[in-house]
Design a protein around this ligand. Structure first.
Ligand SMILES: Nc1ncnc2c1ncn2[C@@H]1O[C@H](COP(=O)(O)OP(=O)(O)OP(=O)(O)O)[C@@H](O)[C@H]1O
Length: 621
């Protein structure tokens, strides 16, 4: 039917037409011929042909092809305008029509020629014909004083957003200068003002001798278009900064900072927020936006140096407080006393998938040793944290981060659960492992106490000598450790590796002050904070809950315990929130379990922000 050469099968007459006219109306012609051929099939009722016939016959396609044909024709002809002054010609015609005898046709023609859209059409025609695309600038005056500074007039149309620039007064000259241009703001997007430009006038008002606040007032009062007269800076700053992503390890509230150059331009952030730093050209104030809002206008944040200084000042201004943020345990009540047997006798076996599984790392002695405020001199001295607790008061304010997505062939990331005592960390971890023991597992802890008759080395614990245990601490192979009833207990990095090397996901619970020890490129931990729900719903959901303390097991939760749990959770978040990758509120068990499962899946499969050093050490390795 249709060949690549459309004229090949045509009779001679048509062939001639086809070559002669193909520029003029090629496609319409092909369509017409196609329709002719289709009409044969159409009359024979061949299936699908009617659809094609109707489509090709449709008026819109015909009109489109006509437009296409005309455009092609004019493209070939390269038309030149008959006149460059169609408007003038039209005016003359209208005048002459006034003098002509009146008739309906003349009235109609006059109306057409005087209609605004027709006049606009002729105006556009003349502009194109005269190639008049540039605005005409007035000629420069002949006698320009030699010392006159070149000025620039900048017009900006204000919308609801701020202009996105700050100004300052030059200390010596008193000039009002643009101090900084905020990335992504109106001024930045206009590309017309730069840091260092000198303001001469704002909306026709001279700014000479004015204070920056007075200039701001003029700007605030102006509506719509703002006109600046500026002396441009001789070398506009070139933005050559590499954009970096950082995790805020501290909190910042610009409204409460009297030192910020412009509180409105400040970007508030909380611990753990990931920020994209777009400008570090100023030693004190950087520009950043939230990583989750890449299109947003940037805001001012203190530089790392400045924030560290602020942290130090704040720290010294605080009255001395013993580190009460991590209480050893919940209050004691007169329930069943712990004896040596119940300390060790947690439910550690279960049957799942037709197999018998053993739950290591759930023993009460291990959990109790974690809570002891006295965590051993050796551990404390190696960690440099005294008795543990609020060690991160002054540290790196921003941690550089990068996107990391685990390769399916790589070892799984360690999953760390953290939460105040009694919130349900243990129960959630136990349920997770019972849900799929071939996928989730806990690490087998170490202890210096001797094994009981029914225990097996490497099952309940790795039983080691005190010397071996201490050498593990010295060589930084212990993730956590504590002392209980004169024995050392702890979890080693190697025990975690054993689980990971089996292709499983290792799920640990750690005290928050131990998270930093686990934060290595080797383990790439994903930290989930388990948070208590509101007091009222906890009172409902925890009616049958039982907790253990330093002295009692199966203690019923009282209102004071719930209150204490809530306070402790707040303290943990305030102090260690920067390390939490995810937060789960443990209200209903079912929901919390489902959230835990999906968070772990995301951690292992989706891209996540991790410290940049984890990635660089991977690349170097
Ligand atoms: N969402 C929940 N709804 C009802 N009960 C819960 C919920 N979460 C936990 N519990 C119950 O609360 C009690 C304490 O839980 P769990 O032992 O897991 O706390 P924990 O955070 O591990 O603290 P600890 O380390 O002190 O044991 C248990 O009896 C548990 O069954």
């Amino acid at each position: 039917m249709i060949q690549s050469d459309p004229g090949a099968d045509l009779p001679d007459k048509d062939r001639k037409l086809s070559t002669a006219d193909h520029v003029e109306n090629g496609l319409s012609r092909i369509l017409r011929l196609l329709l002719q051929e289709l009409s044969l099939f159409y009359s024979r009722d061949v299936s699908g042909v009617s659809l094609l016939y109707d489509l090709l016959h449709s008026p819109w396609l015909q009109a489109l092809l006509k437009v296409y044909g005309c455009l092609q024709e004019f493209r070939e002809k390269k038309p030149v305008p008959t006149t460059h002054c169609a408007q003038q010609l039209s005016r003359e015609v209208v005048e002459q029509l006034h003098e002509s005898p009146d008739s309906l046709e003349i009235q109609e023609l006059r109306q057409i020629l005087q209609a605004p859209h027709y006049k606009a059409l002729l105006s556009a025609h003349d502009t194109v014909a005269q190639k008049d695309f540039e605005p005409l600038l007035p000629p420069l005056p002949d006698s320009l004083p030699g010392d006159e500074e070149a000025t620039r007039i900048v017009c900006l149309v204000k919308n609801q957003q701020p202009l996105g620039a700050t100004i300052k007064r030059h200390e010596i000259t008193g000039d009002i200068l643009v101090a900084r241009v905020i990335h992504g703001g109106l001024v930045d997007r206009s590309g017309l003002l730069y840091a260092g430009d000198k303001l001469v006038e704002v909306n026709g008002v001279s700014v000479e001798g004015l204070e920056p606040e007075q200039v701001i007032h003029i700007l605030a009062m102006s509506q719509g278009t703002v006109v600046f007269k500026v002396v441009p800076v001789s070398d506009p700053p070139v933005s050559g900064w590499r954009t970096v992503h950082v995790r805020a390890m501290a909190e910042y509230r610009p409204r409460e900072d009297p030192a910020i150059p412009c509180a409105d331009a400040g970007l508030p952030f909380r611990k753990g927020d990931v920020l994209q730093v777009v400008d570090q050209s100023d030693a004190l104030w950087w520009q950043a936006r939230r990583a989750s809002e890449p299109a947003a206008c940037a805001g001012l944040i203190p530089s790392a140096h400045l924030l560290r200084r602020k942290q130090r000042e704040f720290w010294w201004s605080q009255p001395y407080q013993p580190h009460t943020c991590l209480k050893p345990s919940i209050c004691e009540y007169d329930y069943m006393k712990i004896d040596e047997k119940c300390v060790e006798a947690d439910k550690e076996e279960f049957v799942g998938y037709g197999q018998k599984f053993f739950l290591a790392g759930f023993r009460r002695s291990l959990r109790l040793c974690r809570r002891k405020s006295h965590r051993g001199q050796l551990w404390a001295s190696l960690r440099g944290t005294g008795t543990g607790g609020c060690c991160t008061a002054v540290g790196t304010p921003y941690e550089e981060v990068a996107r990391y997505q685990r390769h399916p062939a790589d070892r799984h990331r360690l999953v760390v659960l953290v939460g105040p005592s009694g919130v349900g960390v243990n129960e959630l971890r136990r349920r997770l492992i019972e849900f799929n023991p071939s996928h989730f597992q806990s690490a087998v802890p170490h202890t210096t106490r001797s094994p009981k008759s029914y225990e097996m080395n490497g099952r309940e614990y790795h039983y080691v000598s005190k010397e071996t245990f201490e050498s593990l601490i010295y060589s930084h192979r212990m993730l956590e450790c504590g002392e209980y009833k004169g024995h050392l207990y702890g979890t080693s990095v190697d025990a975690v590796h054993t689980v990971l090397d089996e292709g499983k996901i290792c799920v640990l619970d750690l005290e928050p002050q131990d998270i930093q020890v686990a934060r290595t490129s080797e383990l790439k931990p994903y930290v989930i904070f388990i948070k208590p729900s509101s007091m009222s719903s906890m009172k409902q959901s925890r009616k049958n809950a039982r907790i253990i303390t330093d002295y009692f097991v199966d203690m019923k939760l009282q209102d004071e315990d719930l209150q204490e749990m809530e306070e402790l959770a707040q303290k943990m978040e305030t102090q260690f929130g920067q390390f939490f990758d995810h937060v789960i509120v443990n209200d209903s068990f079912q929901d919390a379990c489902a959230q835990l499962l999906s968070a772990i899946q995301r951690a292992q499969e989706d891209p996540q922000w991790v410290p940049a050093t984890w990635i660089s050490s991977d690349t170097e390795a």
